[in-house]
Design a binder for this molecule. Structure first.
Ligand code: AMP
Ligand code: ZN
Length: 152
């Protein structure tokens, strides 16, 4: 595939956005995949070797902003890249992550999903944090929360 053929497909872009600049060929990026809707390129600060970002070619800020068809294409490419990691990169597992908003850790305001290849023993605190939860919710707590969440 010739990536430059697809560089003009982006209809919504922001000059201030590093990912738009990468997608439009104005900044360097190491691409693994690109189609008319979505691209996958390697993260410049990999959490694990092979850490990949999947992004819509058009500029959307976060998960609340991205249209459903782009979102599902992003997830489908995340699945494809994850499978390739298992096959070609000695990965034994995969994490798929997304952050919306700075309290959640978002730093780039162009919607993206992280695909992380995982190998036994690669942990650098990630697992420790995930398994650090000690509070087991009561049914009452969960029921009250559910009411709050589904309240219009
Ligand atoms: P987040 O914190 O979820 O918004 O993730 C942003 C990600 O973009 C981080 O993992 C960064 O390492 C990555 N990143 C920032 N600049 C670049 C770049 N120029 N090329 C590739 N990845 C980048
Ligand atoms: Zn952008």
């Amino acid at each position: 595939m010739i990536l430059s053929d697809l560089l003009t497909t982006s209809t919504r872009h922001s000059e201030d956005c590093i990912f738009c600049r990468i997608l439009n060929g104005k900044e360097e990026g190491t691409f693994l995949y690109r189609n008319s809707k979505v691209s996958a390129f390697l993260d410049i600060h990999p959490l694990f070797e092979g850490h990949t970002l999947i992004v819509p070619n058009d500029h959307y800020v976060d998960i609340t902003d991205v249209p459903k068809d782009s979102l599902s294409e992003v997830m489908s490419v995340a699945q494809m890249i994850g499978k390739i990691m298992l096959k070609n990169l000695n990965a034994e597992g995969i994490n798929v992550l997304h952050s919306t908003g700075s309290p959640a850790g978002q730093t780039i305001w162009h919607f993206h999903v992280h695909v992380l290849p995982r190998r036994a023993g690669d942990d650098s605190g990630f697992q420790k944090w995930w398994f650090s939860r000690t509070h087991k919710a009561t049914r009452e707590e969960l029921e009250n929360l559910a009411i709050k969440l589904i309240d219009k």
